[in-house]
Write a protein that binds this ligand. Structure first.
Ligand code: SAH
Ligand code: SF4
Length: 338
């Protein structure tokens, strides 16, 4: 077990039951969240006996780095981390001048199995725990030497199929006694799990929502997302509107541009209509070839697609692929390393 799986009250109870003074819980939390400690050895102001007792009950950190790759061109860092049960997950730190963003995973594998995505290739292995999700944020903070600015839940897995652990993790780092992480700096990306979007809305947190749309109708979408976990677009759109009503947060549509599949003028025209209806901005992503046969249009055509949307009054951007040289796209590194 990871110490970060314990809530505030259980940590206090544990330490009190060991006859520790009340301030110890605060000290431990300060090490875990304020100084990004990954071992009890680092916690120099705790008595040795307490450190030993803690070590027999729970780990301070759940991740062991198996690979750590840095992209010399843009400073992206990507970790392949081993969990206590031997499974591996990926976490990416993206740096642009003045801003640091960590991209975190929520599942080992993914049950949705989109055709272009390395994470879903072998289906779902298991959900991550609250502590395993938090530890990815801590890993990035430790690298930066400070709290990262943003969190995007866009790594391996479908976050809304592990919403309880994700909620606990994000709430766990929100408190001033932990990371004090502001909800508005967190974006959750979903492939469109309707019950999950509605549950998320009802939590009424100020997290941003991103929908991986990729297509403008159900038939086109069916070529990318297999039926088992795919919901009708109209239901997804209504759930997104419900989310906006309850949270007031803006929606982003993520759209992987695939050459010859979803990048025609007519399709982009429909995309602009959807964006207007949902009052959403659009993030175009050149499809990363991975091992699927789907490829992106030329970069010039990608920029033309952005211009096309902008000319129709849509706030659209092209997402630069960070860490190309280190297989930073979701699930690629884990796939390559088996
Ligand atoms: N499961 C969630 C979040 C993780 S995927 C979701 O699907 O939204 C994060 C983003 O990367 C999604 O928009 C996903 O569609 C996109 N993605 C995955 N594989 C890709 C690829 N090969 N090329 C471009 N985008 C990809
Ligand atoms: Fe899962 Fe997202 Fe990959 Fe689809 S794109 S398989 S939902 S991680």
């Amino acid at each position: 077990m990871n110490l970060k799986d314990l809530g505030e009250s259980r940590l206090k109870e544990l330490l009190v039951s060991w006859k520790q003074p009340a301030f110890r819980a605060k000290q431990v939390k300060e090490w875990l969240y304020g100084r990004f400690a990954v071992s009890y050895d680092e916690m120099t102001n705790l008595p040795g006996a307490l450190k030993e007792q803690l070590a027999t009950e729970a780990r301070a950190f759940s991740l062991t780095t198996r690979e750590r790759l840095t992209d010399p061109d843009d400073g992206t860092v990507k970790w392949l981390s081993e969990l206590e049960d031997g499974n591996t997950i990926e976490t990416v730190l993206i740096r642009v001048p003045g801003r640091t963003t960590v991209c975190i995973s929520t599942q080992v594998g993914c049950p949705v199995r989109c055709v272009f995505c390395a994470s879903g290739r072998n289906g779902l292995v298991r959900n991550l725990t609250k502590g395993e999700i938090i530890d990815q944020v801590i890993l990035a903070c430790r690298e930066v030497g400070d709290r990262v600015d943003n969190i995007v839940v866009m790594g391996m897995g479908e976050p809304l199929l592990n919403l309880e652990s994700l909620r606990d993790a994000l709430d766990g780092i929100a408190g001033e006694d932990t990371l004090g992480f502001g909800a508005r700096h967190i974006t959750i990306s979903t492939s469109g799990i309707v019950p999950g979007i509605r549950q998320l809305a009802e939590l009424e947190r100020s997290w941003n929502l991103a929908l991986s749309l990729h297509a403008v109708n159900d038939e086109m979408r069916g070529q990318i997302i297999p039926p088992a976990n795919r919901y009708p677009l109209e239901e997804i759109f209504q759930a997104c509107e419900y989310h906006r009503q309850l949270t007031g947060r803006m929606l982003t549509l993520e759209y992987a541009l695939i050459d010859g599949k979803n990048d025609s003028r007519e399709t982009l025209e429909e995309l602009s209509e959807i964006a207007h209806r949902l009052r959403a901005k659009v993030n175009l992503i050149p499809c990363n070839p991975n091992s699927s046969r789907l490829t992106a249009p030329t970069l010039r055509r990608c920029y033309e697609a952005v211009d096309f949307l902008v000319a129709r009054g849509v706030q659209a951007t092209l997402r630069h692929s960070h860490g190309q040289g280190i297989l930073a796209a979701c699930g690629q590194l884990r796939q390559a390393k088996g």
